[in-house]
Design a protein around this ligand. Structure first.
Ligand code: ADP
Ligand code: ADP
Ligand code: MG
Length: 474
């Protein structure tokens, strides 16, 4: 086992990994940018090193991070999610420097990080994929339109190297193709430095169901059940449920077997996720594989009792996976909501700033993974997610009750957060009965907007109109 692990990340996931290190009696090394000096991961780690004054470079300069790891005697690097976690070149350099990468091999990251290559590999191995095309960059608009008509509208354009919901465009007819293709390519180039785009059939009313995979270095691979991540805004997850309340036991068993086969086809080691789309007839399709720990791993930990981060570290250190698929038991349901520092009424604009009061929800089966505290100032340079609230109960219905209770308890002052919006989701009648797909949020946005955050100008206009009617001016 390692004696020291460097964490190439920040925020709640860095804190989560430090906790896993402490549980395993491993020393943790935090890295940080200058503005992160007061951040929780810096305070909690066994030792902390500033990598750069630049807020982003500190977490993206792979060479500098490897330097720190070597000079402080760390034996392994945990990348968390985001930042360099899916950067195959960084993973390779870590290994070349004589350090252990806590994740799958760099060749697997490269292959699965390329959505097009991943689709091809899956198809070759008999895994169902969404019907789609090759990279279309070299095709003329006429040719692309012909392909779209052959697949059948609506179609979805995707950046092959995309992630985090970026570089995705839904196209409903010929007239929308050119503009969306250009926008998709531009976004892909800006975010992923590669504008390769391909086309897929848009699955109507789909549910996003993913399977957690865990493997060791010796070819043993199992899944730890599924998560329903259908509740999304702009292709980004906001609420996740494990296991999905919307699929049958039979479908779960079949999808789980396919997920393990997909991971085996990729020669996968360590933790990863196979994402599927499920249509309203219960047909399912491989969408992509994420070769890192996911934001929503906590709900899987809660229902299975399996410490995923701890297991990632142990697997990377060479431990054998001492568990068969049939031994994976699970209890009840867990729900996670992502609490973001955002102004919901103002198009979910990030709302960083100083936290003046912080009272996290507590009590049985309530877990909060966060990295903020009272008087902490959230910097504007990073993701707006500041906490993940996770609840568990014996049934989905009781888990929803607990979610409402915990969200009502959770108090954060000084900044605007998504808590009131999440509470409206928790109280929604369709959410209560598991009636959701990936269009749920979009179709209910107005209904779910918290009262106090409805645009003040709209209220003023409505009041003025009401007075005008009453006064007979209309
Ligand atoms: P998850 O499935 O783990 O929820 P998300 O897509 O929400 O994954 O991404 C988790 C984090 O990683 C977010 O902060 C997101 O912005 C970031 N992220 C995901 N994929 C990429 C990528 N390819 N490049 C840069 N950041 C990414
Ligand atoms: P990312 O790497 O950004 O997570 P994904 O390929 O996983 O990209 O897609 C993100 C989301 O976009 C999915 O969760 C789903 O809501 C939607 N999506 C992706 N592909 C399709 C499709 N073919 N049909 C319908 N929705 C899709
Ligand atoms: Mg995805």
């Amino acid at each position: 086992m390692f004696s020291k692990v460097l964490i190439a990340n920040r925020g709640e996931i860095a804190v989560r990994i430090i906790r896993a290190c402490n549980d395993l009696h491993i020393k943790s090394v935090a890295i940080y940018s200058r503005i992160d000096k007061e951040s929780m991961h810096v305070k909690m780690a066994s030792e902390s090193h500033e990598v750069s004054a630049d807020p982003l470079k500190a977490y993206l300069d792979g060479d500098a991070i490897i330097e720190v790891a070597l000079s402080c005697g760390a034996e392994a690097i945990h990348p968390g999610y985001g930042f360099l976690s899916e950067n195959a070149e960084f993973a390779r350099k870590v290994k070349e420097a004589g350090l252990v990468w806590i994740g799958p091999d760099s060749s697997v990251i490269a292959e699965m990080g390329d959505k097009k290559a991943a689709r091809e590999l899956m198809q070759k191995n008999g895994i169902p994929i969404v019907p789609g095309t090759d990279i279309i960059n070299h095709c003329s608009i006429q040719e692309i339109k012909a392909m779209a008509n052959k697949i059948g509208y609506p179609v979805i354009l995707k950046a092959s190297n995309g992630g985090g919901g970026r570089g995705i465009r839904v196209v409903r007819n010929d007239n929308e193709i050119e503009e969306n293709l250009n926008a998709c390519k531009r976004e892909a180039m800006a975010f992923f430095k590669n504008d390769d785009v391909f086309m897929e059939k848009y699955i109507e009313n789909p549910r996003h169901i993913e399977f957690q995979i865990i493997g060791d270095n010796y070819g043993n691979i199992i899944h730890l059940l599924d998560r329903d991540c259908s509740i999304q805004r702009r292709h980004q997850k906001l609420v996740e449920i494990a296991p999905s309340p919307t699929i049958s036991l039979d479908l779960r068993r079949r999808m789980g077997a396919v997920a393990v086969a997909a991971a085996k086809a990729a020669k996968y080691t360590n933790a990863g996720t196979i994402e599927f789309l499920v249509d309203d007839l219960g047909r399912f399709y491989f969408m992509e594989m994420n070769t890192r720990i996911q934001v929503e791993h906590g709900i899987t930990e809660e229902i299975t009792g399996f410490d995923l981060i701890g297991r990632q570290i142990r697997s990377a250190a060479g431990e054998i996976l001492d568990l068969n698929q049939s031994e994976v038991l699970h209890q009840g349901f867990a729900i996670e909501v992502r609490i973001n520092a955002e102004d919901v009424a103002n198009d979910f604009k990030p709302n960083p700033g100083k936290i003046t009061a912080y009272y996290p929800a507590l009590g049985p089966f309530v877990r909060i993974d966060s990295a903020v505290y009272k008087d902490y100032t959230i910097p504007p340079n990073y993701d707006s997610m500041i906490a993940k609230l996770i609840v568990r109960a014996s049934s989905y219905d009781l888990a929803v009750n607990k979610l409402i209770r915990a969200l009502e308890e959770f108090t954060i002052r000084g900044i605007k957060t998504t808590i009131p919006f999440l509470l409206n989701i928790a109280k929604d009648k369709d959410f209560r009965i598991g009636n959701y797909d990936t269009l749920y949020l979009e179709s209910k946005m107005q209904e779910l907007m918290p009262n106090e955050t409805i645009n003040k100008d709209d209220i003023a206009a409505a009041i003025a109109a009401a007075i005008a009617i009453k006064a007979g001016y209309e």
